[in-house]
Design a protein around this ligand. Structure first.
Ligand code: TMP
Ligand code: ASP
Length: 254
């Protein structure tokens, strides 16, 4: 006899699952241990990753809420799950870069680690079949993925997230090289507004030790550098949020 599912699954992505929430307009976001890279050509299970990312994302989203960057986070429910507001996801990955790395370095031939003249925001169309291509505001408005007002709101919020995160991580000896965020619409009658959604964690940011430039993020997995969980744990430890989850360090968490 199989146990019936605890709750209805709404969506399953590469690193997270969304379940129906306890009340209308809410969802439960479950963080998996699955790690993927290069559009899931590379896959692994990293034990404890979901727990750490749930906690780091909770911390960052809560702090962002207090400075008025509205987001979907309501509260953490347990080690792997958080209650969130249901949004209509805008099909864009919004990437903000302070230092050249990754696909920007490859595309423009910039050495990794080169300081950019200013922060650069890019949009990628969220479409796995196409490998999330880089798009411009022209594509976004022409294909109705977002309005010009929504683009302005996303740009303004992304810059605020960048300023806030640069300071937060800078204060604990970590350089924010770049990060990716996603946004969603929340409806109030006929009106909608854009809020920050998804997650902010070492899966979605490039974080380098400010002194040694050691990578403390998902590039350790993408580039087979090892010590992925140890590095994510180090980020949580420096943020001062390790205390509540000692079992993760011991690797014994379900
Ligand atoms: P990129 O240099 O590979 O374009 O990545 C830029 C930033 O976005 C980096 O912090 C990693 C993050 N990112 C994601 O969160 N999801 C993705 O699918 C990709 C490609 C990058
Ligand atoms: N592109 C994501 C990353 O590298 C994951 C994936 O595409 O499988 O972060």
């Amino acid at each position: 006899m199989t146990t019936p599912p605890r709750r209805k699954k709404i969506y399953e992505g590469k690193a997270k699952i969304l379940y129906e929430g306890p009340e209308p307009g809410t969802l439960i976001q479950y963080f998996k241990d699955d790690a993927t890279a290069f559009n899931a050509q590379k896959k692994a299970i990293l034990e404890g990753k979901g727990v750490i990312n749930n906690r780091i994302s909770e911390y960052v989203m809560t702090r962002l809420n207090t400075i008025g960057v509205h987001n979907h986070f309501i509260r953490r429910l347990n080690l792997r799950e958080q209650l969130i507001k249901e949004v209509e996801i805008i099909p864009l990955e919004v990437c903000c870069r302070n230092i050249a790395a990754g696909s920007l370095s490859t595309r423009l031939g910039l050495p990794e680690g080169e300081q950019l003249p200013r922060s650069i925001i890019e949009f990628y169309y969220k479409k796995d079949e196409l490998g999330d291509p880089l798009v411009t505001e022209e594509h976004i408005t022409a294909f109705n993925w977002a309005t010009t007002q929504e683009i302005d709101d996303m740009l303004a919020m992304t810059l605020r997230v960048n300023d806030f995160l640069s300071g937060l991580f800078g204060g604990v000896g970590i350089t924010l090289v770049d990060f990716k965020v996603e946004f969603g619409r929340i409806y109030d009658g006929d009106f909608s507004r854009v809020i920050l959604a998804d997650e902010i964690s070492p899966d979605s940011c490039r974080l380098w030790d400010s002194i040694t430039s050691e990578k403390l993020d998902k590039d350790r997995f993408r580039r087979d550098m090892g010590d992925v969980i140890e590095s994510y744990t180090e980020v949580a430890r420096r943020l001062g949020i390790m205390k509540e989850m000692p079992t993760v360090i011991q690797g014994g968490v379900q």
